[in-house]
Design a protein around this ligand. Structure first.
Ligand code: CDT
Length: 310
C-alpha cells in the first residue's frame, strides 16, 4: 500500500471586493486544518484567488490584469508556500497567470503542484477553454475564458510526486476523455483538479441537477477508465449574486466517490488514497499495452469537428 492522505479544499464564493490577502487567509486556514488532519496534499480550486472574473466583459483585456498573478509565488501568495514548508503539506492551486514570454504578454488559466517543501514541482495551463470570446449581450452573465486566456501550451504532463505519479487538469478539461487518457498513458495515479462551474448554462437550457450529474459523471469515468484517483475542488456557492455548483469530491480508481462536500462554503474533505489501488485495473481491464488499438483511433488527433457520412 502507498497511502497518501489527501484533502480537497472547497472554497465558497469570493466577492469582487475581497482582497488577495483575505482570500489567502481563508486558504491558510484550510491548509492548517489539513495539516492537523495529517494530510500530505491539499487541492484548491481553479482560479482560486479571485472571483470567477470571466463572467464580466471588458473590451480591453488589460482591464482584467488585477485578477492575474504576475509572479508565483508573489508577495501575496508567498505565505501559502511558507505555510506548506512549515507544515510539510503540499498543495495544488489554480490561478490566473500573466507572463511575458516570446516578447509579449501571455495569459493562461494555470495550476501548480507544490511539494511539502514549498517548492513548485509542476505547472499546467488549461487546454479546454470553454465559453466565448465576444460579449453576449442577452446572456445573464458572460463566460469569457476564450477572450481572456490562451489555450494552454504544456499538454497534460504528469510528475513523480507525493510517492506516486500525479497529473493536473482544470475544470472543463474533466469533460474531455482525451485529457484523462493522455495522463493515463503516462501511468497517472492521482489527478488534481479545480473547477468553477456556473449553476446555469448560458448556452442552452439545462436543468440544474444535470450540472452536478455531468460533473460527477466526468470525474467518475475519468477515474475508472484510467484507474486513477481524482481529487476535485470547487469554488462554489454565491459570488456577487452568481451561483457556482459545489460537489468537491474524491473519486477512487474504481470510479466510486469516496468523499464529497456537503456544503457550498469553505470545506475540507479528506481521504486516505492508496496509490496502489488502481494497479489491478491497470494490469487487467485497462492494460493499455495489451488492449489499446491506436490504429483505430487516428481520427482522435486528425480532426476536431465531427464529420458525418455523406
Ligand atoms: N470554468 C469552467 O471551465 N467552467 C465550465 C463551464 C462550462 S459550461 C458546460 C465547466 O466545464 O464546468
Amino acid at each position: 500500500m502507498r497511502v497518501v492522505r489527501v484533502a480537497a479544499a472547497q472554497i465558497g464564493g469570493i466577492s469582487l471586493r475581497e482582497s488577495r490577502a483575505e482570500v489567502v487567509e481563508r486558504l491558510l486556514a484550510l491548509l492548517e486544518q489539513a495539516a492537523g488532519a495529517g494530510c500530505g496534499l491539499v487541492v484548491f480550486p481553479e482560479l482560486t484567488l479571485t472571483t470567477f472574473f470571466p463572467r464580466y466583459f471588458h473590451e480591453d483585456v488589460a482591464r482584467t490584469d488585477p485578477f492575474f498573478e504576475a509572479a508565483m509565488p508573489g508577495p501575496e501568495t508567498q505565505p501559502l508556500f511558507d505555510a506548506a514548508a512549515r507544515l510539510g503539506v503540499g498543495f495544488h492551486l489554480g490561478y490566473a497567470e500573466r507572463v511575458e514570454e516570446e516578447g509579449r504578454v501571455r495569459r493562461f488559466n494555470t495550476a501548480i503542484l507544490v511539494s511539502p517543501a514549498g517548492e513548485i514541482v509542476g505547472n499546467y495551463r488549461k487546454v479546454h477553454l470553454p465559453g466565448h470570446s465576444e460579449q453576449l449581450p442577452d446572456a445573464p452573465f458572460q463566460h469569457l475564458e476564450k477572450r481572456y486566456f490562451e489555450v494552454g501550451d504544456l499538454g497534460f504532463p504528469v510528475w513523480r510526486a507525493f510517492g506516486g505519479v500525479v497529473g493536473m487538469c482544470i475544470c472543463n478539461d474533466r469533460r474531455w476523455p482525451e485529457a484523462w487518457r493522455v495522463m493515463g498513458l503516462q501511468g497517472v495515479e492521482l489527478v488534481a483538479l479545480g473547477f468553477n462551474t456556473p449553476e446555469t448554462n448560458i448556452h442552452h437550457r439545462e436543468p440544474a441537477h444535470l450540472r452536478m450529474f455531468h460533473h460527477r459523471l466526468s470525474l467518475q469515468a475519468g477515474a475508472y477508465q484510467n484507474a486513477t484517483w481524482v481529487v476535485a475542488a470547487a469554488k462554489s456557492g454565491d459570488e456577487d449574486g452568481h451561483r457556482l455548483i459545489a460537489g468537491s469530491a474524491i473519486v477512487s480508481p474504481t470510479g466510486e466517490i469516496v468523499a464529497e462536500a456537503s456544503t457550498e462554503g469553505d470545506e475540507l474533505i479528506v481521504h486516505d488514497c492508496d496509490l496502489d489501488l488502481g494497479a489491478d485495473l491497470k494490469r487487467h481491464v485497462f492494460d493499455f499495452a495489451r488492449h489499446r488499438r491506436p490504429e483505430a483511433y487516428t481520427r482522435i488527433t486528425a480532426q476536431t469537428a465531427a464529420t458525418r457520412p455523406a
